[in-house]
Design a protein around this ligand. Structure first.
Ligand code: ZN
Length: 181
């Protein structure tokens, strides 16, 4: 079911999120949570969503990165469920992207993050995975996993001059091709 999105200022976004008991994956309440995450992500047009964004303080997030997305990036990831994810940074090298967030609607901000990561997680069937990601996908994963730590992308904007409304971003930034590296 489509759930309302918690917006910046809602304490649910800043709360401690608990690991999911892997055994509970087979249960009804996890099934409902997963369906709610998928329905809500698709309804609001996100490329990822984390459980606290729909008011559930568990360490679960999903990402689906189609080849054509609103960020104009061509990296693809089929719908992937990240349960109890742990991130490892594989480089000190930073990359910057203009990020957006369903919990911070109508705004974009430029955030630099490590360009290569490894993420270990369980999927919705309880299977363990390790995924190495680079480029835009690495940023998307870090953004979603930040939600599980109570962190929003706005916390990571270093230059407040690179924080903009979507319309101004479209008008003044996008055309200068600042998106990307
Ligand atoms: Zn977000």
């Amino acid at each position: 079911m489509i759930q309302p999105i918690c917006r910046m200022g809602n304490p649910k976004l800043r709360s401690v999120n608990k690991d999911l008991e892997i055994d509970s994956i087979k249960g009804e309440s996890f099934g409902r949570l997963l369906a709610d995450l998928i329905d809500s992500m698709k309804h609001y047009g996100g490329i990822g969503i984390a459980a606290p964004q729909i008011g559930v303080n568990l360490r679960v997030a999903i990402i689906e990165l189609p080849e054509t997305n609103r960020y104009g990036q061509k990296i693809q990831l089929p719908l992937t469920v990240f349960i109890n994810p742990v991130i490892e940074f594989l480089t000190d090298e930073l990359q910057g992207f203009w990020e957006g967030c369903l919990s911070v609607p109508g705004l974009r901000g430029f955030v630099e993050r490590p360009s290569k990561i490894k993420v270990s997680f369980y999927d919705e069937k309880g299977k363990f995975h390790e995924l190495i990601a680079e480029g835009f996908l690495a940023t998307v994963i870090q953004h979603e996993l930040d939600h599980l730590e109570g962190v929003l992308y706005v916390d990571r904007i270093k230059d407040p001059a690179k924080f903009a409304f979507q319309e101004e971003y479209d008008q003044y930034v996008f055309n200068q091709k600042e998106i990307g590296d």
